[in-house]
Design a protein around this ligand. Structure first.
Ligand code: ATP
Ligand code: MG
Length: 635
C-alpha cells in the first residue's frame, strides 16, 4: 500500500486515519518510496511540544536538490522545469529544462562556494522574480547554505533588520528589476540597507536591467563574470534531515516578523506530498502560482513542491495589470496553464476590472484553481469559480502559514467537495483541533474555537531564528500540549473548517465572540464594495461595537453614502445576523496592506481606538500613504 497519492474521498479518510493511528508507518512509507536519501533515518520523529522541540527523520542524510533535480534527469532531462515569463510580454520567455536547471544550479553553487559560502552560512537573496532567484535558492540548498529570501519590494530598513537578524554573510541581488512600467533599483536599496554592517562580506550582483549601479570593489561582485567561469557540475553537500534549509520571515500582519527556520527532510516530504494531492497533480500539468518566491507560498509551491514532483512551474516577473488587466489570462492561454494558484487580494483586485478582460479568454486549459493567504470571501470565490474556472474547476482554498511549511487544511482537488469560504478538511497527518479558553478540546461539530494542531507534522518550523523562547511562547504556550495557529475557526456540521479570522481580531460584542471574516464576507457581497476590514472599538453598552473600513469599486464611488451604509447593514443582517451590525462605517480609498497583500487590521484597530502614536512594526506595510487620510477622516 502506497500513501503518496490519494485516489478518492474514501481513500482520503483511510489515509487520514492511518496517519493518526500510525504516524510512524504512514510518514516513513512516504519518505522511503518517493525520495532519494544518502542514508535512511533511524527514528521517524521525536518531540516535546512543551519545549517546542521537534525532529523528524532523525539522522537521515540527503540533499533536497538531488530530489528536486538530479533524480529527474534520466527520465525528464529535457522536460521544462521552469517557464520564465518576463515583465515585458515582448521579451523572449525562457523554458528551462531539468538538464539546464542542473547546470545553472551547479554553476551558481560553485559561484557561492568561490565566495567562501559554506554549509550553515546564511545567504540573503533580494532579487526580482527572475530565474536566478529560484536558481540561487537551489544553489544554496545544494551546498548546505541557509537561504533567506527577502521580497524585492521591501525597504532598506526591512532588509537591514533581516540581514542583521540572521547574520547573512552574502547577499545576492540585481542591478535592478522590472515591475510593470517601473524599474526598481534593487542594488541601490541593498547598498543603503547594509551601510556600515560588518557582517556582510560580499554582495553578488545579477544583471537584469543593465542600468549603471554604484559598485564597491571591496564587497560587490558581478554574478555573470563568476558564473561564466564556474564548473558546470557540483557534488551536492550531504545534509542531515534536521539541518536548516531556509529562514523565512512571516508577513508581519500581527506584529514584528518572525524568522521561521525550516529544516530539510520534513519540509521536503510534506511540500511534495501536498503539491501532489492538494492540486491533483498529473504529469504534463503546467503549474502557475502567482505568489512571489519571497513568500512561503512561493518557496513551497512555485519551487520545492513543484520540482520535487518533476512538474513544470511558471515564474512570472510582472504584475497583473501590465501592459493591461488581461495579463494573467494571456499567460494562462499562452502556456496552457492547468493550475492557477493565487490570493484573495489578487482576485478582489482583478474583479474590479471590466469582466470582458477575463471573458474574452479561452482558459480551457485550466483544471484546478487555488487560493491562499487570507480568508476568501464568498463573492470573490464565486467570481473566481464562474469567470476563471468557468464552473468546471475545483477551487482549493488552502489554509496554512509560514510556520507550517506546507498546506494544512484544504480540499483535495477533484476529490473533496468544495464549499465557498471553507478550507474544508485537514490533510492526512494534520491533527487539527478547536480549543476553548479553558484549554479544553471542543468536541463535535458546529462549533468554533481557537485553531490548534495537537500532533507535530514533518514540515513544521523548528524554531524562530535566534529566539527559541519566542517560538515556544508564540506557538506552544497558550494551549499547552498543542501548536496554536493564532487563527480561529468554525467546524461545520460535516466537519469542514472555515477560518473566521485571527485570534487577535476577534471582537466581543454583547458577550458574543465575533470573527471578522464572516462579517466582511457579508459586506463584500454588496456590488459597490471592493474590500472591507472590520475591527472592534469600546462601547458603553455592548462592551465593544464594530467599525468597518470599506473601499468601493470605481462604479460604486458615486453612490449615496447613507444609502450604502443602510444596504450594507441589511446585507449583514441577512447573511450573518443582526449581531454583526456596524456602528461605524468609514469609506476609504484603500486599506492598509502588507507587502504580500494582506489587510493590516491591527493598524485599523489602533485608528479605531484613537491610538495614533504607535502602530507597531510598519516595515511590512506596502501603502503607508493611505493611513494619513484614514486617520484624518476617522469617525
Ligand atoms: P504574521 O505571522 O507576521 O502576523 P501572517 O500571519 O500574515 O503574518 P503568513 O504566514 O504569511 O503570515 O500567513 C499565515 C496566515 O494567513 C494564517 O495564519 C491565516 O491567518 C492567513 N491565511 C492563510 N491562508 C488562509 C486561508 N486559506 N484562509 C484563511 N486565512 C488564511
Ligand atoms: Mg502569522
Amino acid at each position: 500500500m502506497s500513501y503518496y497519492k490519494i485516489a478518492d474521498l474514501e481513500q482520503y479518510f483511510k489515509h487520514y486515519k492511518k496517519s493518526v493511528r500510525e504516524p510512524r508507518k504512514f510518514w516513513s512509507k512516504i519518505a522511503e518510496e518517493n525520495f532519494i536519501w544518502y542514508q535512511a533515518w533511524d527514528k521517524v520523529f521525536e518531540f516535546d511540544m512543551g519545549k517546542g522541540d521537534i525532529k523528524w527523520f532523525l539522522n537521515g542524510k540527503l540533499n533536497i536538490t538531488k530530489n528536486c533535480i538530479d533524480r529527474h534527469l534520466s527520465k525528464r532531462g529535457d522536460k521544462t522545469a521552469i517557464i520564465f515569463e518576463p515583465n515585458n510580454p515582448s521579451e523572449e520567455p525562457q523554458h528551462i529544462s531539468y538538464n539546464e536547471l542542473y547546470t545553472r544550479v551547479s554553476k551558481t553553487a560553485n559561484v557561492l562556494k568561490s565566495l567562501g559560502v559554506k554549509k550553515g552560512d546564511r545567504v540573503c537573496i533580494y532579487l526580482p522574480m527572475i530565474p536566478e532567484l529560484a536558481v540561487t535558492m537551489l544553489a544554496c540548498a545544494r551546498i548546505g547554505a541557509i537561504h533567506s529570501v527577502i521580497f524585492a519590494g521591501f525597504s532598506d530598513a526591512a532588509i537591514r533588520s533581516r540581514v542583521e537578524d540572521c547574520g547573512a554573510k552574502v547577499i545576492v541581488t540585481s542591478d535592478g528589476g522590472f515591475r510593470g512600467e517601473k524599474t526598481i533599483k534593487t542594488k541601490e536599496v541593498v547598498d543603503k540597507a547594509i551601510e556600515g554592517l560588518s557582517v556582510v562580506e560580499k554582495v553578488l550582483v545579477v544583471k537584469r536591467t543593465n542600468e549603471p549601479v554604484a559598485f564597491n570593489d571591496k564587497i560587490d561582485v558581478w554574478f555573470d563574470e563568476l558564473y561564466e567561469a564556474a564548473e558546470a557540475s557540483n557534488i551536492a553537500e550531504i545534509m542531515d534531515s534536521e539541518d536548516p534549509l531556509f529562514i523565512l520571515y512571516t508577513s508581519g500582519s500581527t506584529g514584528k516578523p518572525k524568522g521561521m527556520v525550516h529544516t530539510t527532510a520534513g519540509y521536503m516530504i510534506q511540500t511534495a506530498y501536498t503539491f501532489q494531492n492538494v492540486f491533483n497533480y498529473k504529469e504534463g500539468d503546467i503549474f502557475w502560482c502567482t505568489a512571489d518566491l519571497g513568500w512561503v507560498t512561493g518557496h513551497s509551491y512555485i519551487l520545492y513542491g513543484a520540482l520535487l514532483n518533476g512538474a513544470t512551474t511558471v515564474i512570472f516577473e510582472g504584475i497583473p495589470t501590465y501592459p493591461n488587466p488581461s495579463r494573467y489570462w494571456d499567460i494562462i492561454d499562452k502556456y496552457q496553464v492547468t493550475h492557477f494558484y493565487t490570493a484573495p487580494t489578487a482576485i478582489r483586485s482583478l474583479m474590479t476590472n471590466d469582466y470582458s478582460y477575463v471573458t474574452s479568454h479561452d482558459l480551457s486549459s485550466l483544471r484546478v484553481l487555488g487560493s491562499v493567504g487570507e480568508p476568501i470571501n464568498e463573492e470573490a470565490w464565486h467570481w473566481f469559480n464562474d469567470f476563471v474556472g468557468k464552473k468546471r474547476c475545483p477551487i482549493v482554498d488552502t489554509w496554512w502559514q509560514t510556520e507550517t511549511g506546507s498546506i494544512m487544511i484544504s480540499p483535495l482537488a477533484c476529490i473533496t467537495p468544495t464549499k465557498p469560504t471553507y478550507a474544508t478538511l485537514p490533510i492526512p497527518g494534520i491533527q487539527t483541533v478547536l480549543m476553548d479558553d479553558k484549554n479544553n478540546e471542543i468536541q463535535g461539530n458546529q462549533v468554533t474555537g481557537s485553531l490548534c494542531v495537537k500532533f507535530p507534522w514533518p514540515s513544521i518550523a523548528r524554531t524562530i531564528w535566534g529566539d527559541h523562547d519566542r517560538f515556544v511562547k508564540t506557538y506552544f504556550s497558550d494551549f499547552p500540549g498543542t501548536y496554536f495557529t493564532g487563527d480561529n475557526a468554525l467546524r461545520d456540521e460535516v466537519g469542514y473548517y472555515r477560518i473566521t479570522g485571527r485570534a487577535d481580531d476577534v471582537v466581543i460584542v454583547s458577550g458574543h465572540n465575533l470573527g471578522t471574516a464572516p462579517i466582511e464576507d457579508a459586506i463584500n457581497q454588496h456590488p459597490a464594495v471592493a474590500e472591507s476590514a472590520v475591527v472592534g472599538f469600546p462601547h458603553d453598552i455592548k462592551g465593544n461595537a464594530l467599525y468597518a473600513f470599506i473601499s468601493l469599486k470605481v462604479e460604486g464611488s458615486t453612490r449615496d453614502r447613507d444609502n450604502l451604509k443602510k444596504e450594507i447593514n441589511q446585507l449583514i443582517a441577512d447573511h450573518y445576523g443582526p449581531i454583526g451590525k456596524l456602528d461605524k462605517i468609514q469609506f476609504v480609498d484603500d486599506l492598509p496592506k502588507t507587502r504580500s497583500g494582506k489587510i493590516l487590521r491591527r493598524v485599523l484597530r489602533s485608528i479605531s481606538l484613537n491610538q495614533l502614536d504607535n502602530f507597531g512594526d510598519t516595515s511590512t506595510m506596502i501603502n503607508p500613504e493611505v493611513v494619513a487620510t484614514i486617520i484624518e477622516n476617522r469617525l
